[in-house]
Design a protein around this ligand. Structure first.
Ligand code: CTP
Length: 401
């Protein structure tokens, strides 16, 4: 799978650096050309000579090599690489990458890299769980970088928790899978809806929901990384995306999302509707801020258009339509009935009351139900990996319709 691929492996200063030797070995065995760049502190955890011998290439750590007068160009390293892998990635390097700090050869190479970047964090559990680290990882995701989640287990500190670097085999197979599925959506245009809708009550209030938009943004990123042009229609969401293949259109209400979807759908090969669209909106929007009274208040609501059902009605034979069903009870039956009513090709069911699944968290546990009735139940995994599963199904659907 990696035959002839140029892999730039960045190693930072954490105890998991010892596993990087094995990772280099796996890459080389798979046929990749490997160059290793280390941070100065990584050299304290593993000898550059070990890595250079395995990689069959000199290990780079400094911009300037006084011994032979060589200048190690981060720009040419970044351009050489078909993939950059940073394993292990410490909290420090993750922080620098997220903030554009360029004070060593590894992070300057990262900033110069135009290729996909894979990051395998490794650190103690509290550092991993810290909001600063999680915020930086979210920022890197928004840049389109692929985070290979840390595993749970015994840590070098003796504590037990999440923070262990993913095993080298898993890292190597993530990269191999990436190349295997690369560009499978080239030439396709995919519409994705994401996030909540806000339905105005008055100038300062709205009816909304807890959707974060994380799932939809992960789908948009994954589709773009497979070569698709993506039209991401997002309700109010804090998520960021900066992939040049993604055109982001921000909307607020269900009606605006509906109008924007109707405008773009005809030019799309598929639509993935992950937005949590409000079913109702206030029948009247007060022009001025509503004042409190002693009386109870009743708001008259009127139905919003159902985007999925409307697209289901106008969908052409060659277009794929995918919906989500977020359920708290009777998940399979409800999802199946939405699939039929909305004329979807498949539906992604997630259960709001299952731990590690739903709106705000970074993971999801989903079941995909196809029109044929086939059900695929997945393990709980990061939303990024759930997005990959959904895009695999889309690719298959597009090849059969
Ligand atoms: N959906 C939509 N437009 C709406 C409501 C929902 O496009 N006005 C889409 C969602 O994006 C999702 C699917 O329809 O892909 C199912 O949404 P969900 O809220 O689970 O279903 P509803 O049809 O709204 O049914 P209910 O709220 O009664 O469960």
């Amino acid at each position: 799978m990696l035959s002839g691929k140029n892999i730039l492996l960045g190693i930072t200063g954490g105890i998991a650096a010892y596993k990087a030797a094995y990772l280099v070995r796996l890459f080389v065995k798979e046929g990749a050309n490997v160059k290793v760049v280390m941070t100065p502190s990584a050299k304290q955890f593993i000898a550059p000579l070990t890595l250079a011998t395995l990689a069959k290439n000199p290990v780079l750590t400094e911009f300037y090599n006084p011994e032979n007068g060589d200048w190690n160009s981060h720009v040419s390293l970044g351009l050489w690489a078909d993939a950059m892998v940073i394993a292990p990635a410490t909290a420090n390097t993750i922080g620098k990458m997220a903030n554009g700090i360029a004070d060593n050869l590894l992070v300057t190479s990262y900033l110069s890299a135009k290729c996909p970047v894979f990051i395998a964090p490794a650190m103690d559990l509290d550092m991993y769980a810290h909001p600063a680290t999680q915020h930086n990882l979210a920022t890197l995701r928004s840049f389109g970088n692929i985070i290979i989640d840390a595993d749970s287990g015994e840590l070098a500190s003796g504590l037990i928790g999440k923070g262990r670097m993913a095993e080298p085999e898993q890292i190597a197979s993530t990269i191999a899978n990436h190349f295997a599925k690369q560009q499978t959506l080239a030439g396709k245009t995919i519409l994705v809806t994401a996030g909540p809708t806000y339905e105005k009550i008055d100038p300062v209030r709205f009816i909304g929901n807890y959707s974060s938009g994380k799932m939809g943004f992960a789908i948009a990123n994954e589709a773009a990384s497979r070569g698709a042009k993506v039209i991401l229609i997002s309700g109010t969401s804090q998520q960021k995306i900066s992939n040049p293949s993604v055109v982001r259109i921000d909307v607020e209400s269900a009606q605006q999302m509906f109008n924007t979807c109707m405008e773009h759908f005809a030019n799309c090969d598929a639509a993935i509707l992950s937005a949590a669209v409000a079913d109702y909106r206030p029948a009247v929007v007060a022009e001025q801020k509503m004042k409190k009274t002693e009386q109870s208040l009743t708001l008259q609501l009127e139905p919003n258009p159902d985007i999925a059902a409307s697209l289901g009605k106008i969908k052409k034979q060659k277009q794929a339509l995918v919906g989500f069903a977020l359920e708290t009870e009777n998940g399979l039956a409800n999802a199946q009935s939405k699939l039929e009513k909305k004329n979807l090709d498949f539906i992604v069911l997630n259960q709001a009351n299952v731990e590690g699944s739903g709106f705000v968290c970074d993971t999801n546990k989903v079941t995909i139900i196809q029109r044929s009735g086939k059900k695929i139940e997945y393990e709980q995994k990061s939303k990024q990996l759930v997005a990959a599963d959904i895009l695999d199904q889309i690719t298959e659907t597009l090849s059969t319709i």
